[in-house]
Design a binder for this molecule. Sequence first.
Ligand SMILES: [Fe+2]
Length: 479
Amino acid sequence: MTIPTVLTGHVDNPEHQPDLEGNMFPVSDEVDIARLQITGRLPDGLRGSFVRNGPNPLFQPVGRYHMFDGDGMLHGITLDGDGRASYRNRWIRSKGLCAEVDLGRAVYPGLGDVMNFPDASLVGDAGPVKNPANTHIIRHAGRYLALWEGGLPTEVTSSLETVGEYDFDGSLTGAMTAHPRIDPRTGEMFFFAYSVFEPVIRYYVVDADGTLVHRAKIELPAPVMMHDFIITEQHAVFLDSPIVFDVANMGKGPMVQWRPENGTRIGVMPRRGTADEVRWFEIDPGHVQHFWNGWADGDRLEFSGTRFEHPEFGIGASAPLDESAADNTPPYPARFWVDLTADKAGWEQIDDLGGDFARFNDEFDGVRSRFHYMSAVVATERRLGDFDTIVRYDDATGERQLWNAGPTGHVGESVFAADPQGSAEDDGWLINAVYDDRTERTDVCVLDAHDVSAGPIARVHLTHRMPFGFHANWFSAAD
Ligand SMILES: [Fe+2]
């Protein structure tokens, strides 16, 4: 298998597949731009790299394409702290992609179609499932890991070159969620993985040095998709919601089904607990793809997230190409609570603005945080996941600030970059990749986290567009 040094894309969209339309269409080149134009002024203290992961298929997809399938591409914007910005993008060289490069075409079927496997004689050592590492990028114990919840993490360098799949020195044999939690006070990383085939989640703790030191296998009533979870200083908290895998349907039809009759449960366990220490609390059926933060206040746990009443991700659905009948109802912000003494749990909706991708100052992961920043949709005709507004919530005052990117603007996930000179929770900036239909370009926008409604204080103009993607992080040069 050859690991290619330079890649060029080969995608067309003659069938007008929805997940390849507009700014979902992949870019075809890897580029390095040494100096980008900037409008406004970058803050002096903002020195490091904003890196965003997302799908960017290299070859013409096999069958119906779903954006969860695309080969991971990392887009990195580096700010030198002296007013200058540079850009680099790189495909993640997964084993599956390298096998396809050798063949000169895509061979892995996508999640948007009925799931199936490629001919083993074609892909060889790359295995039956491509791990595109396309969902998130984190840094822990000095390693940069690109994440996809169906497989091992993929290590990359700070300059976005692929090192390869990483298994914690042989300690991890299966998948890792794209949403681990890192406790900034202890340096530990906590994560889990679900199984398509087994009704279990596997839970892991990695210490500050990067050694996997604890694991537990937690049994569930059914195999479910679980994308995110939360920690407090003492607990790991899971949401077992009824997005159920139906493997018997593999290769034939819908493989993921919403079964509200199965119920929804919050599971609470000690951070280094065992499976028999998990306590389960029934709540109304609903799904949370992304949690905000969580914390314990005595024996009461509180956490927030964006809650779907009826999630619809079109995975393995063989859905028609016409998306006009799709349910584009976004998730809504919700606050959940668990009373460990009274043995009760519940939830309430906290805003009528739909959105997702909420972030906060990561220094507060697991302890009470006051400020949260969500990507929201005000123009309700947009497709699910297409956001036009950044919202700042102040939980102490109930104040909500909005910045709308306009009718042709599309905002991504807001990443909080702390001001190294600051001390308050919201001393810092939000960084967000904003695409504009009018210019067909992406600006990486910097907002003052205290004053989101003022809009960007600086815009770094990319020379091209960054296709819509998933999650990002800020890697401060000071850390
Ligand atoms: Fe996610």
